[in-house]
Design a binder for this molecule. Sequence first.
Ligand code: UDP
Ligand code: MG
Length: 309
Amino acid sequence: MQNDKLLSVIIPAYNEQDMISKTFHTVKEILDGANIPFELLFVDDGSKDMTYANISELSKSHSEIRGISFSRNFGKESAIFAGLENASGACCVIMDCDLQHPPATIVEMYRFWEQGYEVVEGVKASRGKESAFHKLCANSFYGIISKVTDIDMANASDFKLLDRRAMDALLLMPERAPFFRALSSWIGFKTTSVSFEVQERTVGDSKWSMWSLTKYAIRNITSFSGAPMQFVTFMGWIMLLFSVIFAAHSLYRYFTGTALEGFTTVILLQLIIGSVLMISLGVIGHYISRIYDEIKGRPRYLISKRCGY
Ligand code: UDP
Ligand code: MG
């Protein structure tokens, strides 16, 4: 196999036992048809079902397959980074195991890579079938994250092709909680994009609950921006403005001898200031806990098993 043409297809898989073989055969058929040399790297993200067993079984009969299994669930981001670290291709594509990212688009991406592009972003033509509420949340998340990162992320996805240089650049990031989708634009390089239609998931269901998505959103916003802390300062200025007005008002009442009323105002102020202070402490606390997580310097993932090597 000519190694300077080799494409590593990286597929994070979490409880996807029914998809392994199907995904492999679909990808293989398309890449063989397009004459693209490839290896397929499944990263089993600590699945509780037969995912890894299926990968290692399949790897016995197909030399293109490599498999890595985490010691527990570390999250998709970690799985992607494990894939980058263990891929041996001259370029790689990251795609979902549920075939929601159409494998035919890989060929399109690969052709761009052959023309010299180093990052090929998969951009969602539409967001596929999602509830209105989910769309609203996704839109506000991407609105905020696009603002703080200065990268338009409205239709971004994890479906991307990266050249070896871009992969190595990403692996230089020491972050414990990397946000892959945004980091891949942050690194720069010669970039283009292809749009794809999000396919429907045929087997299993989405691994994301509303709660995990909320945590994901907060984590990623704070990993890219200190803006929430500036919001604390902003609130401080607003409170200062109010305090000048109220101070003037109170002094006026005092000197005209009509003070002593305004008990309600005092209570309201206490409540408002109390909440603003607590939220502010929470925001700062969140950043401290992120610093704490980073400073511990634990590995992003632990590998317990490998196959196909
Ligand atoms: N995934 C993972 N670890 C996790 C959750 C998900 O590796 O903790 C993988 C999953 O197997 C799939 C991809 O990430 O290949 C996208 O997950 P899913 O389809 O559940 O997300 P959605 O398409 O709903 O965004
Ligand atoms: Mg999916």
